[in-house]
Write a protein that binds this ligand. Sequence first.
Ligand SMILES: NC(=O)c1ccc[n+]([C@@H]2O[C@H](COP(=O)([O-])OP(=O)(O)OC[C@H]3O[C@@H](n4cnc5c(N)ncnc54)[C@H](O)[C@@H]3O)[C@@H](O)[C@H]2O)c1
Length: 258
Amino acid sequence: MLDLTGKNALVTGIANNRSIAWGIAQQLHKAGANIGVTYLPDDKGRFEKKVGELVDPLNPSIFVPCDVQNEAQITSAFEAIAQKWGRLDILIHCLAFADKEGLTGDFSAIPKAAFTQALEISTYSLVSLTRAAKPLMSQGGSILTLTYLGGVKVIPNYNLMGIAKAGLEMSVRYLASELGPLNIRVNAISAGPIRTLASSAVGGILDMIHHVEKVAPLRRTVTQVEVGNTAAFLCSDLASGITGQIIYVDAGYEIMGM
Ligand SMILES: NC(=O)c1ccc[n+]([C@@H]2O[C@H](COP(=O)([O-])OP(=O)(O)OC[C@H]3O[C@@H](n4cnc5c(N)ncnc54)[C@H](O)[C@@H]3O)[C@@H](O)[C@H]2O)c1
């Protein structure tokens, strides 16, 4: 029943084969979607090469740079979509960044520059990508972002990213309210801890994973593919009545009080 045939899906945030976005891209492709991919450009072109090779089996019809701090790159990425596809159905926002000094130590010590940068990249980018996607979602659409429990409850060391995720989750609700009349749904998956490039920057990520393995109802954490499966569901017509929601894909950890 889960069929995304003929849907055009743009996936942001693939850095390597551990990325949650890679798990999502594979499951969307499996369900029949046409895949477009953005990557974060760097001076030496390393990401372009690495991500390009990784996603090649999905035959992406769009492969463009997009640093979300660069408005011109956002504009040209969506121009490429308009030219190639004419219409966008699915937008996956699966990226975040906070400087190391915001991910360990005293919360009160977070410098203003680190705070602003984390919120710009991790939170505001959902707003700017949604604004660019909106005119292309002419037949409705589904926008999905990734969040974490640390945006709702205090998790040691998650610090600055907790603020970014709290803002992101509220952005999901405001965007869902604005875009609902256009039949564009906006949701978030709150994933359990997974070892990735980004999560390795959070102090004690392995301790977090081991704790979840002991306490979560399923006695394990989740995989990128499990997150990808829920993403494919949320982006499909099977989820046509769901918008503005934060869906936990965390082996049940969120329900536990102790
Ligand atoms: N790994 C976890 O435990 C976990 C749990 C819950 C939520 N998340 C969220 O999942 C999302 C993906 O993270 P991940 O864990 O797969 O790590 P990842 O390192 O694989 O992905 C993070 C991505 O953000 C991109 N990025 C950073 N700055 C950018 C910028 N300025 N412009 C464009 N892209 C930029 C990177 O290139 C990378 O592809 C993030 O929002 C993260 O907070 C992760």
